[in-house]
Ligand binder design. Sequence first.
Ligand code: BGC
Length: 344
Amino acid sequence: MKAKKFFAAAVIVILSTLFISACGKHEPGRADKIHVGVTYYNQSDTFLNQLIDCFKEQLDLMEKTSFEITVTIRDASGSQRTQDDQVKELIDAGCNVLCVNLVDRADPSEIIDLARDHNVPIIFFNREPVAEDMLQWDGLYYVGAYAEQPGVMQGELAADLIHSDSGIDRNKDGTIQYVILEGEPGHQDAIMRTENAVDTLKNKGIKLEKLSCGIANWNRAQAQNRMLQMISQYQDKIELVLANNDDMALGALEAYKKSNLSESALPVFFGIDGTDVGLKAVADKKLSATVYNDKEGQAQAMAELSAALVFQEGLDQIEFEKGRYIYLPYTKVIKDNVGDFLKY
Ligand code: BGC
């Protein structure tokens, strides 16, 4: 009788173990290594590629000093459906923490359901889910940068330059004719960067005339095309180009190179991010300034949070805002301090 009972109990234990592992469930606090699954919206994005490189460096550093880490990275190629499938695949492969850069920041429900069902925490990064979605489960976190800062800083940088260099107002009408190159519609950063830059310029006493605004989805080639259209419409009238990121500012610059306008018809260009190419363009005085999007800080926060979530240790030492958000500050970059940011 005793043997029968023992056998039955053993079968139950074995079955439940099998069931748990078949579902990919993770037992909190029991992990002995970190397996990070990363998926990001598009591998053509310059800033994100650099941020992910920094994240890998941080994980390598942690592995050398602390514990075993593996990382699997997937490119969602701009498709939310693909990203949903990737999250499933990453969970099935045994990832015990996910870092997700959403394709569509308003559509994370399927990913959240999958992660919650398997008890795998998610660190969303760079593309912030809407607040209600972050409340769907307490295993959700966000790492990014203060969205309202870079536009204000870009506006301040542009205002300082315009005040100090009367040559920027080429037609001497007391007003700066400007165009905007905007990132993806619906992205938390795009509209805020545009609005804050323009409002700040106005608050600093600069009279502005908006000639045009083109959406270029953070992309250099698209920005070049938009800018070529603007040049053909406004010729040498544009005095200032405000771009939501460095890649678009550089695309705009390339459009001028392709146009038949002379050097003296060049406007001033402002970007945001401080990517390698953006910083170089500031050093070469091709961009007047940029605003540094602290990818190293964000990568470090993601790595530390990943470890804390997997090992269920040290979460109380991390400073969160609104309970589960980490935001890093931006910094202004001009030719005088660009050397501090360039990697030699
Ligand atoms: C960066 C852009 C990038 C975008 C992607 C922004 O914070 O400034 O360069 O394309 O994030 O989501």
